[in-house]
Ligand binder design. Structure first.
Ligand code: SF4
Length: 491
């Protein structure tokens, strides 16, 4: 179906439309024939026209040129939302909300002095979010409240990225390279050398800015696609360069069992990781095959047992609802298996169809079972003593559902909360790294980004530029010299 935006109709209207129709293609004019959706916003009127399967319908409402742009946009989205809801029978769980961080709305409204009733009205009346989703967001806000209250503006988190994987998952849109081929294998060692240099440079910059390291995260890709010796080199460099004794959390994504063995798990423990991820995504061998994984469910169970044997006492497991070929019952079994292992965290993602992934390239709309019914089985987590502690949404997620991190009380993943709520700076090292600088002491006042090169070859080849760009961190903090940001985060 093609989508035509007319007049002042823009970004929010487009995203509202995409909640109801996947694969909308933008066009400039209404075609003579074929399915199309026209959204128009003019000074005195707003209008939506839909032609689908040869049948055409439209709806309109009056507008005023004096209306504030935000009110005009909301009125158009509401018109569109109700029209498409009636037409398709779809009831998006988050209603008209298009933002990726619903919980943050609660924190922001509370910080601005809103009452609980005003917050409820914002979610349920204004956005038409379901009461169940509002309740989940509210619960998560409560869990996060003391953690955010404890965050200090001059804290920062550090991310080190390993953009290599043993094979490519079909749903992946990340720039990760497969370490199977010789050319990529030859890149890994120079990459780790550069990464260590960048991390050392970051420590110096952090010191110059007066920043304190709060959490450390080695992610990917798949960090354990490095050899045991390379992992030791990287983690040894981190241990030498930073004072890990003051860290509140040190996460390493052990990710996939096809490259994680007892020796690497032992090294992670030895060098100070306090939290690791072993990510099954599913415990169905057939679905693992569908997504391009070259390991079995049994391999995941073995890897988990090895991690426990190595002393890892804070393990996260990622599952994905909506994988191709999975069923509601199959997802439930995966969830039950994960719960039976008693990891401290279970993160339930909803499959997101991203343009750069093989799944989208080979898109088969009939491959996905009812994801909402899969997620309904998350009550099993509740019964097993887990509680939701962070949540985010992504564009292109099946049925506009969400990703939720669940944990046993006291095992909240701090880095996940900090990155979602943007309470402090995240310095990011490695290819594809995006450093996010957060103005200290003032909620969401100023955020700036510094990007590293995306691909490992560029990152290694233009490493001097990578280092030079980091000067921006000092310049950012210099702008606030003389202010007194060392206060607690305002709730
Ligand atoms: S393990 Fe993660 S980063 Fe690597 S290919 Fe799979 S989804 Fe992509």
């Amino acid at each position: 179906m093609c989508l035509i935006l007319h007049g002042m109709a823009g970004y929010e209207a487009e995203h509202t439309a995409r909640m109801f129709f996947s694969g909308l293609q933008r066009a400039d004019t209404v075609p003579q024939e074929g399915d199309c959706l026209l959204i128009s916003s003019k000074p005195y009127a707003q209008m939506v026209f839909l032609r689908q399967n040869g049948e055409a319908r439209w709806t309109a409402c009056a507008a005023s040129p004096e209306q504030e742009p935000a009110d005009r946009e909301y009125a158009l989205c509401r018109l569109l939302y109700h029209f498409l809801q009636e037409k398709t029978g779809i009831r998006p769980p988050w209603g008209m909300m298009t933002g990726v961080r619903p919980v943050r709305i609660i924190h922001d409204m509370r910080a601005a002095g809103a009452t609980e009733e005003e917050i409820r009205a914002r979610f349920v009346d204004h956005f038409e979010c379901t009461p169940e989703r509002f309740k989940t967001a509210l619960r998560i806000a409560e869990v996060q409240r003391p953690i955010l209250a404890d965050a200090r503006p001059m804290d920062y988190s550090l991310y080190a990225g390993i953009p290599f994987c043993p094979s490519r998952c079909s749903y992946c849109s990340f720039v990760s390279r497969t370490v199977g081929d010789k050319a990529t294998r030859a890149l890994v060692q120079p990459y780790v050398d550069c990464l260590c240099r960048e991390l050392k440079a970051m420590r110096e910059i952090a010191d110059e800015c007066g920043l304190h390291l709060k959490t450390l995260y080695i992610g990917g890709g798949t960090p354990t696609s490095l050899s045991a010796a390379q992992l030791r080199q990287l983690m040894g460099c981190l241990a030498e360069t930073f004072d890990l004794s003051r860290l509140s959390e040190y996460t390493v994504e052990a990710g996939r069992p096809d490259c994680t063995d007892a020796e690497k798990l032992q090294a992670l423990k030895e060098y100070g990781a306090t939290r690791i991820s072993i990510n099954p995504q599913t415990f169905s061998d057939e679905v693992l095959k569908n997504i391009g994984r070259r390991h079995s469910a049994q391999d995941i169970l073995d890897c988990f047992a090895q991690a426990r044997a190595a002393g890892h006492d804070n393990i996260n497991m990622d599952l994905i609802a909506g994988l191709p070929g999975d069923t509601v019952e199959g997802f439930r079994k995966s969830l039950e298996t994960a719960i039976s292992l008693e990891p401290e965290n279970i993160t339930v993602h909803t499959l997101t169809l991203k343009r750069a992934s093989n799944l989208v390239v080979e898109h088969r709309p009939d491959a996905y079972d009812d994801v909402a019914r899969m997620l309904a089985h998350c009550d099993l987590l509740e019964k097993a003593g887990y509680r939701p502690y962070y949540l985010y949404r992504q564009k292109g997620t099946l049925q506009n559902l969400e990703n939720v991190g669940w944990c046993k009380p006291g095992y909240e993943g701090l880095y996940n909360i900090y990155i979602m709520e943007e309470v402090h700076t995240i310095l990011s090292a490695g290819a594809g790294g995006s450093t996010k600088l957060v103005q200290p002491g003032v909620r969401h006042a100023r955020i700036e980004r510094i990007f590293n090169y995306k691909y490992p070859t560029e990152y290694i080849g233009q490493f001097d530029t990578v280092l030079a760009r980091k000067k921006g961190v000092k310049e950012f903090y210099d702008a606030f010299a003389g202010t007194n940001p060392e206060t607690t985060y305002q709730q």
